[in-house]
Ligand binder design. Sequence first.
Ligand code: FPP
Length: 233
Amino acid sequence: MYIPKHIAIIMDGNGRWAKKRALARYFGHIAGAKAIKPVVLHCNDIGIEVLTLFAFSTENWNRPKIEVAGLLKLVNNYLDNMDRYLKYNVRMKFFGDLTVFSEDMQQKIKCVEEKFSKNTGMLFAIALNYGGKDEIKNAVKNIANMVKKNEIQPDEIDEKLIDENLYTKGLPMVDLLIRPGGEFRISNFLLWQSAYAEFVFLKDVLWPDFKPRHIDIAIDEYGKRNRRYGNVV
Ligand code: FPP
């Protein structure tokens, strides 16, 4: 099996999962949060270097207040219970514009990242208040300030410098982007990093029903792709 280095997942379909069961959307997100751990452990077991999950987008603030509060509560609970991952040797990273979150939450995030930093296994990354366009805008601002301060000349701006000014600095490009739930779009997720990602859309599964075997199905499909990176081979 040809294993991708970096898998990114858009965890879509929680709302519809709940609706099918005549439950409030929040219960879909609870079931969605439960679906995460087996997938993380499986990816770690099969040698994935980085797994990035899209947990909360810059656009998700537009959802009803009660849903936003529920999602943030779930993320906070998740942070409080991260210790259960320690023995699996994964490292943790949270990225996005985290400055909007409470001091308490930001502190928790720092503590978790620090606590896992000595591990050597897969990097488990969670995108929070993340938007690809917002990330690129921030990178452009940083670089413009460097030019203003005469630290670099405009001619010196290259792809490496842009990479280094993204939240994902140091991470490999996305190889495989998986989206369950039946939508065929990228939804502002890892726009720069997915330039040559292979997309696998699993239309018949909603995120709360997503299992490790769906990772295998996606990797199988990935293995059949001919990645040409604009070349002709
Ligand atoms: C998209 O489904 C899902 C989200 C916007 C949130 C994803 C969050 C979780 C899986 C749980 C919380 C995360 C962590 C890390 C604890 P949707 O609500 O758009 O579903 P729909 O398209 O069926 O309405």
